[in-house]
Write a protein that binds this ligand. Structure first.
Ligand SMILES: O=C(O)CCC(=O)C(=O)O
Length: 276
């Protein structure tokens, strides 16, 4: 089992995020880079910061063609081990997005809480963010406000339809101190994990170096992925369709009895739920 140290677990709960010692091998990172290149090539009309559901290879209503390499990563035992130690033994995979900021004009991700965008009740998710490239201050690494996930509440967000933002809703001014931000700098293959209530974002990439990361989303079996909460649409600034999103029960049980593991599974091997 890939183990987090007690200090790492404590930091996740205290600060809302952690960078574990565990990391991917250089070989695996090279495979992820190749997969990302394939996905970018197959989706020429999608900004590379907005590659939703890249773990799904078949056609989806979200319009992005993904890659098997990402699907395999989302279910990698070592990664799920890390997540299990933070959210408990019942682990459901529900999302995977590549945030790839090209050099020069890579788009900003405004300060936000993920929970604001997601149909999960009660709200819970651990995001595992894997660095595919080195992610630095210079090329727009993830930035977090430590402790902003406590108390667990959603702050008011305002809508900003700017072409240079990856997401279009941000935490309204005056509710937190941006000076408290921590840059989560990672070498390729390193990863961070963050809580659904954590305020986070990232700056534009004006550097000559690409910054790509993969955000994999896992919810505990005590929460319901309620597909009726949001209509399919572009409320994030680009098309997201939770009504057809497949779920995979990777470990344990669905304690709510309400999660539907049939939706969105097209009958291919990778689309089949592991356990129902
Ligand atoms: O990759 C980034 O810069 C932002 C990622 C993010 O907002 C997320 O994973 O929830």
């Amino acid at each position: 089992m890939a183990k987090l140290t007690p200090q790492e677990i404590e930091q996740y709960h205290a600060d809302g995020y952690v960078v574990p010692k565990f990391r991917l091998s250089d070989e695996r990172v090279a495979q992820l880079r190749d997969a990302l290149d394939r996905v970018i090539e197959s989706n020429p009309d999608t900004r590379p910061e907005r590659l939703v559901s890249v773990h799904i290879t078949g056609p989806t209503t979200e319009g992005v063609t993904g890659d098997r390499e990402f699907f395999d990563l989302t279910r990698d035992d070592a990664l799920v081990d890390l997540v299990e130690q933070l959210i408990g033994p019942d682990v459901i995979l529900w999302g995977c997005q590549a945030f790839c900021k090209p050099p020069g004009d890579g788009m900003e991700v405004p300060w936000h809480q993920d929970g604001h965008y997601w149909p999960i009740r009660p709200l819970a998710t651990c995001t595992l963010w894997v660095a595919i490239d080195d992610s630095t201050r210079e090329n727009g690494c993830l930035r977090v406000i430590p402790g902003s996930h406590r108390p667990p509440k959603l702050y008011r967000h305002v809508k900003e339809d700017r072409d240079d933002l990856t997401l279009n809703q941000r935490v309204a001014d005056g509710q937190f101190d941006p000076a408290a931000a921590v840059d989560v700098e990672l070498k390729a293959g390193q990863m961070s994990l963050h809580d659904v209530y954590l305020i986070h974002g990232s700056n534009a990439n004006r550097s000559p170096h690409r910054r790509a990361g993969l955000a994999v989303r896992y919810l505990p079996g005590s929460s319901h992925f309620d597909r009726t909460v949001f209509e399919p649409g572009n409320q994030a600034g680009y098309v997201v369709d939770f009504s057809t999103r497949p779920l995979w029960l990777l470990r344990g049980k669905d304690r709510t009895g309400k999660n539907d593991f049939r939706v969105g599974h097209g009958g291919t091997e990778e689309a089949r739920p592991t356990r129902v």
